[in-house]
Design a protein. Sequence first.
Length: 368
Amino acid sequence: MIFKTEYFESIGLADIREKVARGERLTAEEGLRLFECPEPLAVGALANFSRSRMHGQRAYYVVNRHVNYTNVCVNACTFCAYQREEEEQSGAFRLTTEDVLQKLASSPAVPREVHIVGGCHPKLPLTYFEEMLSAIRAEYPETVLKCFTAVEIGHFAQLEGIDSREVLERLQRAGLDMLPGGGAEIFAPRVREQVCPRKLTGDQWLDVHRKAHALGMKTNCTMLFGHIETREERLDHLTRLRELQDEHHGFVCFIPLPFLTENSALRIDHPLTGLEKLRTIAVSRLMLDNVPHIKAYWVMLGVKEAQAALKFGADDFDGTVVEEKIGHEAGASTSQGMTREGIREMIEGCGFSPVERDSYFNSVEEQC
Ligand code: V47
Ligand code: SF4
């Protein structure tokens, strides 16, 4: 009903509705009209149409495990509540490979995917990460190792005085399968100068992913929204991801991350409303026509909003997680982890069919 032409004519979006129905690419200007449309449900209906065409009623999840190896980081991004300046600071930590293996062994189920990220530590050499990956690979030959953001890869390259391509090749040889999507934030230099001035530039972030894709690695991508960025800067971010995706099709999944404000040095005037989060997820689905999956990351969205996001263009729920620090230090009120059964119930509870997947979104249902 809500997808009817007359309805979209009445709100001035008939042309965009036609393009979405025909599967045609939207321009950034059209994206802006979707952000400015007074009817967020209409934008949601368009995104739901695209999502359903791609994935039917399926909603994906993975049995995974997150591990953060250190919170000591040279970058001090203003939005980050997780970072510590140095090892001596209260709450700072750094794990050994043995610690990481112990955490993995204590997971309630053998993880199909291990997601490891950390701060940009000033001293840890690349050999520390190679040894960590080799040790995990030896114990978990079937598990996908999705580790280290482009920001960490750039940091390792700088510390070692080598090119990021060489870092990727060495880590790949040690067992790295995939890069997670973190660190992208918002690409616009105006925003980066204020929220993450020491981090890789947007171009450098894209370049690390381009190199990973050229090596045959799949990666994810993110956008941190709801701080000081404008809607135009969100669209610029999405457009740049779409352009890179046209080159190699290496992105598997896009994760829109709503800014969580607690314990963060970055103060904002207008915190995100629930509807603005859903609208941003919907616009992301519509703009990123070449990225197959959109993640409703339940940890940062909250479970109820993540469920609603499945009707606004998202098709994935991430996974069991088990232990999460970055969002929880910033005030995430969700639990640390979820059981496979809990996730399936959440998905079924809003009328979708749960599909257990691997990191590349192959269904693993029949193996259960
Ligand atoms: O890069 C930091 C963000 C990211 C805050 O690839 C914050 O499958 C909100 O990238 N409020 C890390 N966000 C998380 C991430 C991720 C998560 C789940 C799955 C995948 C994947 C990737 O968290 C950081 C940064 O953008 N972040 N602080 C905050 N206060
Ligand atoms: Fe460091 Fe990442 Fe936090 Fe920035 S967001 S301070 S790079 S841990």
